[in-house]
Design a protein around this ligand. Structure first.
Ligand SMILES: NC(=O)c1ccc[n+]([C@@H]2O[C@H](COP(=O)([O-])OP(=O)(O)OC[C@H]3O[C@@H](n4cnc5c(N)ncnc54)[C@H](OP(=O)(O)O)[C@@H]3O)[C@@H](O)[C@H]2O)c1
Length: 270
């Protein structure tokens, strides 16, 4: 389990369009990061392939030296090409280079958490890449390991190699295909960190979300986040935003208590 508060911050969309290059307003990005920590966020999700390098550099510029309580979770296993594509990068050499890139760009001597991002639950073996990361952990370069985009079988295989503290997969009120992995993490006491908690590039929207939001005087996005928090106790949120107003709104979703009737409504009609 990751020892952090239930609502953190996802930094991916602080990069430029297509998660590539610098943002239009880097100072705004740094302001949002500083505000997140000021408001008590103790969990920031990033990767050196966001930008590439750009998002980690923004985090370092905004927050270094890091507060002791801050956990920065990064991920490796992909690389970017100038046409903005995402390509797997799973060789031991590529993973070692990625870990060193993260260390340098975040300005730390040890990474808090590194997720191995695999292409998908049917993507074959993760033995080699996860073993390579486990070795880097043994060398003291990484505190904890996690997985991203992995299914239950991959989780079981990874656990036979090294401890896994978190799994980061796509999951939200409108996309529940990953229920089986969530159930496995509940059973095994591993943090489950849904990516695209608000739908990512396709924001979650529905009449039911609006209705429930209205009864609570909340926004539909807050209901979508609160639904995740109610879904299981090991769920940790990393909603992304480039707006201080949305950041505040997302953090406040932790105070939203959905009733059994709300949850039934959201479960039956999404
Ligand atoms: N492991 C993986 O493969 C993977 C893949 C994707 C993402 N991630 C991680 O997951 C994190 C979250 O994903 P994400 O940022 O792509 O998607 P998200 O959190 O589902 O949604 C972010 C989008 O929602 C908007 N938004 C945020 N708060 C809002 C609010 N209160 N009201 C209205 N709109 C709001 C943001 O726009 P504004 O900027 O206008 O607020 C942004 O366009 C990322 O930052 C990244 O760290 C991981």
């Amino acid at each position: 389990m990751l020892n952090v508060k239930r609502i953190g911050y996802g930094a991916m969309q602080l990069a430029g369009p297509g998660v590539y290059g610098p943002p239009a307003d880097p100072e705004n990005a740094r302001t949002v990061l500083r505000k997140a920590v000021e408001l008590g966020v103790d969990h920031v999700d990033t990767s050196d392939f966001y930008g590439p390098h750009v998002v980690n550099e923004l985090i370092r510029e905004a927050l270094h030296p890091y507060p002791e309580h801050l956990t920065i979770v990064t991920k490796v296993g992909y690389r970017r090409t100038p046409d903005k594509a995402w390509l797997p990068a799973h060789s031991a050499e590529e993973l070692r280079a990625a870990v060193h890139d993260n260390l340098r760009n975040l300005g730390v001597e040890r990474l808090d958490v590194v997720n191995l991002r695999v292409p998908g639950r049917d993507s074959g073996s993760l033995e080699e890449p996860f073993t390579a990361l486990a070795e880097l952990r043994e060398q003291g370069l990484i505190r904890d390991l996690g997985l991203s985009n992995a299914g239950p079988e991959q989780l079981a295989r990874a656990l036979s190699i090294a401890p896994v503290v978190c799994v980061q997969n796509q999951y939200n009120v409108a996309d529940r295909q990953d229920e089986d992995t969530l159930a496995e993490t509940v059973e095994k006491g591993i943090s489950y960190v849904p990516f695209f908690p608000l739908g990512g590039f396709t924001p979650v929207r529905s009449r039911v979300l609006d209705e429930v939001a209205e009864t609570h005087g909340a926004t539909s996005r807050q209901v979508a986040l609160a639904w995740l928090l109610h879904r299981a106790p090991n769920v940790l949120l990393i909603p992304g935003t480039s707006s201080v107003r949305h950041l505040e709104e997302n953090l406040a979703s932790g105070d939203l208590h959905l009733s059994a009737a709300d949850l039934t409504l959201l479960d039956t009609t999404g």
